[in-house]
Design a protein around this ligand. Structure first.
Ligand code: MIC
Ligand code: SF4
Length: 642
């Protein structure tokens, strides 16, 4: 039977389960990646499993998120991660070497392999034909221990690309267009697979921009074929030997096909505060801006910087705009120096930032109060920039540079320059990647553990009969940034759950922490697509630590739902969505037969003690997920079965 590329890779890695979409499948993971903000928990969990070396073909630990070091905490984390990597068989990418997804694409990704990363933008690797998936940290720890990764066998959506992008239109505009069509919840349990003549017109970094931001669609992954363009990219990286040709069978069946003619793509922009609030740039042209930023794992390749440099060449950034540029990796940075790009940017007044996530995760470069900023990033959730009322617009490097030049949102097609191709500048140097020690030397190595690193707490086993209070009732599209904020103040506590728990839902309801603690047992109520965005398991760990027993919503985002199960919180949905309107914050919900119900079928009985109303909540847990949940999470479960 003819197959899509995603199906072929899944089949090649199949361990158990079912290959029928919507059913659970378990696959072998070849490579893993972690970054420092999620990594400390991953390695603490791995340590708890008592395994002496990672069992994957390759595991890499990157430092790119917590690079602002206001006190000892972030660097303590870095040292923990570095010592851990050396001992347990993990490659370590030092701070300064770049953003995990950019570096992984350049130095480690291999077409046809599977990659699991504790970061939602891991699908960037789909740009070279990998099946790359973002997951919670605990799932990544288990993959490093050699366990297969379980997920819902996705529907594969075909994106048929034809035509060729016009000057000043970019692959960022393609993914923004797709977000406009599909929305932030359109991709749940789906893989977006790109094919057609238009694919040949896109470079690997352009493809990676698209697969990267497929995360904003809520997709499990996104993937391009591995063709001659991929081969050329790998050759320039000195890794031609790792290339192999891969594509879907010509007559394969996609569950849906979306046609995109690249020649018809125009500059697009996502408006505050959601990546799918997309309009053509021309519709909001002329809006005054205060800041612009070019970088992040979405748009920080050499050509992303190069086009900005050419737009700004021999000109000065508008006097009311601050422009920040963060090269995606040390490799990009060095080559941008050799290509003369950095000189042009510095001359124009751009501020060169570190090769790291930086402003994308609220680590510096926050906009002014009420400030308008045009960024080439992938997320513009309220407050994520570090400024509560900051207005973040997401666009291409072309649009960001043109807007920085004129001081207002500008359609870059106004600028008549021919963009240069800098892809040949690819000198690489892996001196900032520290290899692991040999297994003999590893035995003698100690792990460095600063005082801010606290063990990962565990949940208690489930009860059959209990009452819990509704601590918060939220709207649709709640992100994990709402549940557990990031930024310079909170990120240093990623390895300290008792401390970070104090910030849970801080921007939505500052009373959440105290109320949850007082209640002892709590419930979170939400709308559609609850938990979209970041993979941070802290958005499940902290609620678990505060006694949350169930999250009842209209629908879930994939990674967060898996994280809830991993930490012993029941992910439930309303059988009658109108029940959402009948319950309020502070209501007490009683579950008369929770365990019996969960084991018996997919319905869980609940009674609102305030109104007396009986409700049915639904679950779609597999047999294994039920065991994990009832045991009080994956750590307890694994301990019990090994
Ligand atoms: C993000 O872009 O939100 C992050 C920060 O990279 C997260 C991971 C995290 O919260 O540490 C992600 O995308 O998963
Ligand atoms: Fe880093 Fe931003 Fe990419 Fe997340 S989205 S990995 S914070 S650059």
């Amino acid at each position: 039977m003819a197959k899509t590329l995603a199906e072929k890779i899944i089949e090649n890695h199949f361990v158990s389960g079912s290959l029928k979409s919507t059913e659970e499948v378990n696959i072998k993971i070849d490579q893993t990646l972690t970054q420092d903000a999620t990594g400390t928990m991953v390695y603490l969990q791995f340590e708890a499993m008592d395994i002496s070396r990672v069992k994957t073909e390759l595991s890499v630990s990157y430092i790119d998120h917590n690079t602002q070091q206001a006190d000892f905490k972030n660097m303590d984390d870095h040292q923990f991660l570095q010592s851990f990597a050396k001992k347990y068989g993990v490659f370590f990418s030092r701070p300064g070497n770049g953003i995990c997804h950019q570096v992984h694409l350049e130095r480690f990704g291999i077409p046809g392999k599977t990659l699991l990363g504790s970061d939602s933008h891991t699908p960037t690797g789909g740009g070279i034909g990998m099946l790359a998936i973002g997951a919670g940290g605990l799932d990544v720890a288990c993959a490093m221990a050699g366990a297969p990764f379980s997920f819902v066998m996705p529907h594969v959506i075909g994106i048929h690309l034809t035509g060729k992008l016009n000057p000043m239109c970019s692959s960022k505009d393609v993914i923004l267009k797709l977000l406009q069509l599909e929305t932030v919840k359109g991709g749940v349990d789906k893989v977006y697979e790109y094919y057609g003549k238009g694919v040949e017109t896109l470079t690997v970094p352009q493809r990676a921009t698209i697969t990267n931001m497929g995360a904003e669609l809520g997709a499990t992954s996104s993937i391009f074929p591995s063709d001659n363009i991929t081969k050329e990219f790998m050759k320039l990286q000195g890794r031609e030997k790792e290339w192999r040709e891969l594509s879907a069978d010509i007559d394969c069946k996609f569950s849906k096909v979306i046609e995109i003619n690249l020649s018809e793509i125009e500059p697009m922009i996502a408006m505050p505060h959601m990546p799918d609030l997309v309009v053509p740039v021309r519709e909001i042209e002329g809006k005054k801006i205060d800041q612009a930023a070019i970088g992040s794992c979405t748009n920080s390749s050499i050509n992303d910087l190069g086009i900005a440099a050419d737009i700004l060449d021999n000109k000065t950034v508008n006097e009311n705009v601050s422009l920040g540029i963060a090269p995606g990796s040390k490799q990009v940075f060095e080559n941008a120096i050799d290509a003369g790009i950095i000189k042009k940017l510095v001359k124009s007044g751009a501020r060169i930032l570190e090769s790291a996530c930086g402003p994308c995760i609220g680590m510096g470069f926050a906009p002014s109060s009420g400030g308008v900023t045009v960024r080439t990033f992938n997320r513009n959730f309220k407050g994520r920039s570090g400024t509560k009322d900051g207005e973040v617009y997401l666009a291409s490097p072309e649009t960001a540079a043109a807007s920085a030049l004129f001081g207002v949102i500008t359609d870059p097609r106004k600028i008549k320059i021919t963009s240069k191709d800098y892809s040949e500048f690819t000198k690489s140097d892996d001196s900032m990647i520290v290899p692991p020690a040999s297994s003999i030397e590893a035995k003698t190595l100690e792990i460095i553990r600063g005082p801010n690193i606290k063990p990962c707490p565990k949940a208690s086993v489930a009860e059959n009969k209990f009452e819990a209070k509704i601590i918060i009732k939220t709207e649709d599209n709640i992100t994990t940034d709402h549940i557990m904020p990031a930024g310079a103040k909170v990120l240093p506590y990623r390895s300290n759950i008792p401390e970070i728990a104090k910030y849970t839902f801080e921007a939505v309801d500052p009373g959440f922490y105290e109320n949850a603690k007082k209640a002892g047992k709590g419930i979170i109520v939400g709308g559609e697509n609850y938990g979209q965005g970041s993979s941070r398991e802290h958005a499940a760990l902290a609620p678990m630590y505060l006694g949350i027993k169930a999250v009842v919503v209209k629908s879930f985002a994939r990674i967060h739902k898996a994280n809830l199960i991993n930490f012993g919180i029941a992910p439930l949905t309303f059988k009658n969505s109108s029940d959402y309107d009948t319950i309020s914050k502070d209501d007490i919900i009683s579950f008369p037969s929770f365990i019996d119900d969960i084991k018996k079928g997919n319905e869980v009985k609940a009674i609102n003690k305030k109104t007396g109303k009986e409700m049915i909540f639904l679950h779609d847990l597999t047999a294994k997920s039920i065991d994990i949940l009832l045991e009080g999470g994956m750590l307890n479960y694994t301990k019990k079965i090994v």
